[in-house]
Design a protein around this ligand. Structure first.
Ligand code: WTA
Length: 657
């Protein structure tokens, strides 16, 4: 579909949907944008008063005096956990179900706001009794569970800064994050259940701590999930023991709006993952606001975001946004393919889910499953409870969009294709379901108050219809505040001199439709890959490969398009021994894949590993990645290779194992 065809593919919200929506119709959308245009600070201040309960009301809105280290609502104080829990109880929603937890084996537990508040308060008291104070960092390495959400809320309650590490990361990655954050505690589980299997967590924490550099850790608190055997030391404490006998109320720590609510490590262009730091006040505002407007959340909804709490989506749209709105949500422990690939559809049917938010990768793999096994086709399930669908994490291709719309949404549910990032805290460019006409494959228009634009290298707007660099021209409340411990890297990565340090650089390319101005994200413009919606730096994977010093002399990693995972990791490796072929090559490739799995985590394992005597380099020794990208895709090399020192290498690298 050419961009100018967009109108022919418009999906316009029904009159009833427009009428019932929080943001009702395009006129309402435009009115909000106009309000933000006319008085930017006034707009955000109004919403901050409506959506957040402040202990000490703010008088300042945006403080740009130390740009690009922007501050929002800086003289206000609040507590995020108070906003998510106590506020609901005080407003009469204590007995409302906050979380419907479905375990891997299908067992369902319902937790009310009263119960969630009690559990959070008890754990918060326990953390305090173990000496955790405001500003201390606590690493959470937990399975998808009520306890995981409670751990995050308990940290927020006492002003501790949490750093959740996804349960699929290796001991080495966990260690690096603990050390960088200087954490005082790890909260984990004995094991996690995924697809009927028990997988270790506590053992990985033990290994991480044994790797050194984690001397700041005083305690490891362990939630007993499976009862599997774990090693035990003096610093280890069971979660059920530390909360036993704790008071069921806990006075929140009232913190200033800029106090760091959490760090979340994510990948960038250079080797080391960066600790993205978010501030409680502005973050909570956008989490609450976007949950209400983008998902049009109503009191009677059953909301389900399938992300893991280890990623930003699980922070904003599980741990904080739905709770801040007093919503009812599903928390799911397992995987979409267990006991079969109909699991998501069965859960939607069983729990009468009304709003479903997932990643394109999941949709694409479930399309494949449904096509090969009629029993798990969504038509076998009653999905009539659904009224809205969402997509996040990577571009959704129009074919997957259409399938999702028709087969899951029954042709009646709008799809909100939400573009955002760990750094942005919440949605940036997204349709609003009762307003924006939809175009498959486009995230449509900026959220009201988000000044997104497409510019060239000098920061000048490019005309609609022409591709460019995605920037945000004004700071917004839920933006990244800094990179933990590395303010210089924050400036360089997000406020580069190219744009006089004025625009936030997202790291993605984008194009606006020539007629509608709708945004389409064209993918990362830096060395970051997006595999199944997981962000990974090519250099991070390269460093993991070359750290296998016994075998690897040199490595270069690129992405190539993949039908299911969006992008796939392709590694080109020069060994310290002669180039292997045949069975030997396959064996070494497996060995290296496992190595990367151990260094970073299974999600970083290269799909494809090619061996060469060398890598394609310019005479000055620079690796020509664009050539590697073409080879990875299996394309004919049509580029100019005259600057290449060793053209013969291209043939060699084109052979897969
Ligand atoms: C990509 C996930 C296209 C993008 C919330 C971004 C998307 C990166 C979309 C951030 C979307 C996310 N359409 N691309 N709707 N959503 N991305 O930090 O490249 O894990 O920069 O945050 O995912 O990934 P992150």
């Amino acid at each position: 579909m050419s961009t100018s065809d967009q109108e022919t593919k418009l999906y316009v919200p029904s009159e009833a949907a427009v009428k019932a929506a929080h943001v009702s119709g395009m006129d309402a959308y435009r009115k909000l944008c106009d309000e933000a245009d006319a008085d930017y600070e006034g707009y955000w201040a109004r919403l901050a008063r409506e959506f957040v309960a402040w202990k000490q009301p703010f008088t300042q809105v945006l403080d740009e005096s130390n740009a690009p280290f922007f501050k929002w609502f800086a003289d206000g104080t609040l507590n995020v956990s108070y906003n998510c829990l106590d506020r609901n109880v005080e407003q009469g929603r204590g007995d409302k179900v906050a979380i419907i937890f479905e375990a891997d084996d299908g067992k369902v537990t319902r937790v009310t706001y009263n119960e969630l508040l009690t559990q959070t308060s008890q754990l918060a008291n326990a953390l305090r009794s173990m000496g955790v104070k405001k500003g201390d960092r606590v690493v959470i390495y937990m399975p998808m569970s009520v306890e995981g959400v409670v751990a995050m809320q308990a940290c927020a309650r006492i002003g501790a800064t949490h750093s959740v590490v996804f349960g699929g990361f290796s001991a080495q990655s966990l260690r690096d994050r603990i050390e960088d954050a200087g954490a005082v505690m790890v909260i984990t589980a004995d094991e996690q259940m995924r697809g009927g299997k028990q997988l270790p967590l506590k053992a990985i924490v033990d290994e991480a701590l044994s790797l050194g550099g984690c001397d700041t850790i005083r305690n490891v608190v362990v939630y007993q999930r499976t009862g599997g055997k774990v090693a035990w030391g003096a610093r280890d404490k069971w979660l059920h023991d530390v909360v036993a006998g704790q008071a069921i109320t806990c006075e929140p720590e009232w913190v200033e709006a800029e106090h760091p609510l959490f760090l979340l490590y994510t990948s960038g262009s250079t080797g080391k993952p960066k600790g993205v730091q978010h501030a409680g006040g502005g973050y909570l505002l956008h989490a609450a606001l976007t949950t209400k407007w983008t998902f049009d959340l109503k009191p009677e909804d059953v909301f389900w975001c399938t992300a893991d709490i280890g990623w930003v989506t699980g922070h904003t749209y599980i741990a904080y946004g739905p709770l801040a709105n007093g919503g009812t949500q599903i928390v799911f422990e397992g995987v979409p393919t267990y006991p079969d690939a109909g699991r998501f559809w069965k859960m939607i049917q069983d729990h009468k889910v009304t709003i479903f938010y997932t990643a394109p990768t999941a949709i694409r793999s479930l399309i494949k499953a449904a096509e090969s096994n009629a029993d798990v086709h969504p038509r076998e399930y009653d999905l009539s409870s659904l009224r809205l669908l969402g997509s996040v994490g990577e571009p959704i291709n129009p074919a997957a969009w259409e399938w999702y719309h028709l087969n899951i949404g029954g042709g009646r549910c709008p799809i909100v294709d939400t573009f955002w990032q760990t750094e942005t805290g919440g949605h940036m460019i997204t349709p609003l379901p009762g307003a924006t006409p939809l175009v498959p494959g486009s995230c449509t228009l900026p959220f009201p108050g988000i000044m997104a634009a497409v510019v060239d290298e000098t920061g000048k707007d490019v005309p609609w219809g022409q591709g460019g660099i995605l920037v945000v021209k004004k700071p917004w409340p839920s933006m990244i505040r800094t990179i933990w411990g590395d303010p210089e890297r924050f400036k360089k990565s997000y406020y580069p001199a190219d744009f006089q340090g004025k625009y936030y650089l997202a790291g993605d390319g984008a194009i606006r439709d020539a007629k509608t101005g709708y945004f389409t994200i064209t993918g990362r413009i830096d060395d970051v890959l997006n595999v199944s919606g997981h962000r990974m730096g090519t250099m991070e994977i390269e460093s993991a490969l070359v750290s296998c010093t016994e075998l690897v002399a040199e490595a270069a990693v690129v992405g190539r398009p993949d039908d299911t995972t969006g992008e796939a990791i392709c590694a080109f490796v020069v060994l310290k021994r002669p180039r292997p072929t045949g069975e030997e090559a396959r064996q070494i490739a497996k060995q290296l894949r496992d190595w990367v799995g151990k260094e970073i985590g299974p999600i970083a394992k290269p799909k494809d590993i090619r061996f060469g005597d060398n890598l394609p380099k310019t005479r000055s020794g620079k690796i020509m990645r664009r050539l590697l990208r073409s080879i990875a895709k299996g394309e004919q090399i049509t580029q100019d290779t005259s600057t290449l020192e060793n053209p013969a290498i291209l043939d060699q690298l084109s052979q897969s194992n």
